[in-house]
Design a binder for this molecule. Structure first.
Ligand code: GDP
Length: 318
């Protein structure tokens, strides 16, 4: 099933919010109409996707079936910078939304999408020790056991690469992986590890926060949230801190293959995703990008890489 069928309903406070001047309910009728009131840029030429696998280019955005029952508000979408919704023409909106996400593709998506090379570079214990070559980077962070190493390995399609960061002594470090000799994936220490002594946990918090606040090449934090369980307080606190400090953030929901509703009233991933967003809505000025993933089925892998490409290419041009 496709996530956008499950887009959260809009809270009543959403209508009242001063930061919400207009509300659009995007129905399939509007979307199939070329005179949609929310025109978007035409898709990047296919050549832009040349490094992505053929399957990925064919499946990364919503299909006509997905459009049928899609109901999205403009404010619930993530519109990348320079996506002018008032003056652009062409392309139905759903054709520009990445599958299983609220992310609209912009003209910046496409260049250098796939991972050709991935190399572990270094482990740092301070922000100042991180690589200084000025290349853009994305930091992966999440609660211990959220599936961060699995996602990292799925992104680079190389099993056990992330184990480098699980080696003794490296779990508390900022671990840099250089991708395609041009940008970095950064593995940050997992938080909320119950067995860690209190002072160690505090230190982790201190140095990761320092990294978020003082790393000029950080394009976006990718905050991983386990979608197979209800929201945890510590995850909400983390998201809240990032929001309040205006650190660019993408929510990556993991383990979305775990679809079975548990007997004891457990919720499906889509429900947990929706609940999480409602819980964090007030922490952000505008809706952050979010995406559903599974390292078992590789759901979301190509979509994350496309999203990273558009954030990165925009960042490089500004
Ligand atoms: P980390 O501690 O955040 O690096 O988490 P790991 O990547 O080591 O994963 C923790 C556990 O969750 C392992 O048992 C993984 O096999 C499992 N896991 C990770 N990702 C997924 C996923 O997408 N789906 C499912 N079903 N299990 C996952």
């Amino acid at each position: 099933m496709f996530l956008t069928h499950q887009i959260p309903r809009i809270h009543s406070h959403f209508f009242a919010s001063p930061k919400t001047p207009k509300f659009f309910l995007i129905t399939s009728a509007l979307l199939s109409n070329s005179k949609s009131p929310i025109p978007l840029p035409p898709p990047p030429p296919l050549s832009h996707f040349s490094t992505l696998t053929p399957t990925a280019t064919a499946t990364a955005t919503a299909t006509p079936e997905d459009q049928e029952s899609l109901q999205l508000s403009l404010e619930s979408l993530f519109l990348p910078p320079e996506t002018d919704v008032s003056s652009l023409k062409e392309a139905p909106l759903t054709a520009r939304i990445l599958k299983g996400s609220n992310i609209v593709l912009s003209k910046f998506a496409g260049h250098g999408v796939d991972v050709v090379n991935a190399d572990f570079v270094k482990s740092s214990v301070k922000t100042e020790e991180c690589p200084a070559d000025g290349a853009p980077e994305f930091a992966l962070v999440g609660r211990s056991n959220v599936g961060k190493s699995s996602l990292l390995n799925s992104l680079v399609r190389r099993k056990r690469l992330a184990l480098t960061s699980k080696k003794p002594g490296k779990t508390q470090c900022i671990n840099h992986f250089r991708i395609n000799d041009s940008w970095y994936l950064v593995d940050l220490p997992g938080y909320g590890f119950a067995a860690a002594p209190h002072e160690v946990r505090t230190d982790w918090a201190k140095f990761t926060k320092d990294y978020f606040l003082n790393r000029p090449t950080l394009v976006s934090v990718f905050l991983l949230i386990d979608a197979s369980i209800p929201a945890k307080k510590i995850d909400l606190e983390y998201a809240s801190w990032l929001g309040q400090n205006e650190i660019p953030m993408t929510l990556v929901f993991t383990k979305c293959d775990k679809r079975k509703k548990k007997k004891n009233g457990g919720k499906r991933p889509e429900e947990n995703v929706r609940d999480f967003q409602e819980l964090i809505r007030d922490f952000f000025k505008s809706t952050p990008p979010w995406i559903m993933t599974s390292s078992v089925t590789n759901q979301g892998r190509d979509e994350i890489l496309l999203h990273m490409s558009q954030l990165r290419n925009y960042w490089l041009k500004h």
